[in-house]
Write a protein that binds this ligand. Structure first.
Ligand code: NAD
Length: 343
């Protein structure tokens, strides 16, 4: 089995080489991303392995199909960058629905604590032997209300962490879980009552810009927004306005609407063209990490193990338990998939 592996980073290669060798899967690592201009690199490969910012649009899918690719193996859980519907009856799509929800949930809390207790400011100050505390006043998380949007693997793990901090949790989910004591509330109430709002739902047509000007208008003055899910859940321009008007108290962003052009690369010494991102980064109350929440040893190992297992399973008999179905977009609810395969 030959797999073209796009957007390869050194930390990916270590784990994928190890699991690949153990299971007879040979990866051809390319540091370029998959897109219309690079699809040709997959010629002669059985599958492509892609990440969050690879472009797997209909045009790219046509090219891959023409080159003989029969499987798109996502090495992540989100799949908003793949036209799964268009791939139906052409190329199968598998993903990693679960790896380490702790990696992302813990990063979410790390960002929140950093922001709330001004750790990023203190770190820079003490590096410069500035031991002044002025301007570093934070607030207790204990007793505050956190509104969690999306209560899947990561959202629930984050809720557990917040409960450990003594926070009151309210949540919104389009498909609320029945086997839980989570207090669900309509989205409006989550916006109105939360001191901290954390996003853990997938990006799709319904959730695109779930945080926009109207949503921000409904929020408490001084609310903190945390996004470790997908950038386009937030209208970045509306967020910037919310920050400038002091309506939003702070924002912690591990993902950004237009991150495709900048995240994962070193742009130090360059001029950033994205004015919204540049302005957000200048704000003292905005914290940005570069889609880093998944980046733990445990998560990387688990992602490589599951991706290799998906590939091996698929090429054994055409079935894979982690196949995505465009009809439901959720593997667990897809009856046809559970019984057999998507096509
Ligand atoms: P999951 O599938 O376990 O949970 C997603 C939850 O969102 C589900 O409970 C689902 O019912 C809910 N949901 C679906 N549509 C919704 C809607 N319209 N409104 C509100 N809720 C809705 O997924 P997960 O493993 O918890 O991951 C959540 C998201 O985190 C992923 O979609 C991915 O985009 C993101 N993620 C980011 C990183 C990172 O490194 N920053 C890493 C992994 C995952």
């Amino acid at each position: 089995m030959k797999i073209a592996f796009f957007d390869a980073k050194p930390y990916d290669i270590t784990y994928f080489e190890q699991y690949g060798e153990e299971n007879g899967v040979k990866f051809k690592f390319y540091d370029t991303r998959l897109g219309e201009d690079t699809a040709e690199l997959s010629r002669g490969c059985d599958a492509v392995c892609v990440f969050v910012n690879d472009d797997v649009s209909s045009t790219v899918i046509d090219r891959l199909y023409e080159y003989g690719v029969r499987l798109i193996a996502l090495r992540c859980s989100g799949f908003n960058n793949v036209d799964v519907k268009y791939a139906y009856e052409k190329i199968h799509v598998v993903h990693v629905p679960y790896y380490s929800p702790y990696a992302v949930a813990e990063h979410t809390m790390a960002m929140l604590l950093t922001s709330v207790r001004r750790i990023h400011k203190a770190y820079n100050r003490t590096k410069d032997f500035n031991f002044s505390l002025s301007g570093l006043t934070g607030f207790d998380l204990h007793g505050k209300t956190v509104g969690v949007i999306g209560t899947g693997n990561i959202g629930r793990t984050f809720i557990n962490i917040c409960e450990g901090f003594g926070m009151k949790v309210i949540a919104y989910d389009k498909f609320p879980s029945e086997e839980t004591d989570i207090e669900y509330a309509p989205l409006e109430r989550v916006f109105e009552e939360s001191d901290v709002i954390s996003l853990h739902c997938p990006l799709n047509k319904e959730t695109y810009h779930i945080i926009d000007e109207d949503a921000i208008e409904k929020m408490k003055k001084g609310a903190t927004i945390v996004n470790t899910s997908r950038g386009a859940l937030i209208d970045a321009d509306a967020l910037l306005e919310g920050i400038k008007s002091r309506k939003i108290g702070a924002a912690c962003l591990d993902v950004y609407e237009e991150e495709n052009d900048v995240f994962f690369e070193d742009f130090s010494g360059h001029i950033i063209d994205d004015d919204t991102l540049a302005r957000l980064i200048t704000m003292p109350n905005v914290l940005v990490t570069s889609h880093q929440a998944f980046l733990t040893e445990e998560a990387l190992s688990s992602i490589a193990e599951t991706t290799v297992r998906n590939i091996v399973e698929f090429f054994k008999d055409g079935k894979c338990e982690n196949e995505l179905c465009y009809r439901c977009g959720k593997t667990a609810n897809c009856r046809q998939h559970r019984v057999d395969k998507c096509f």
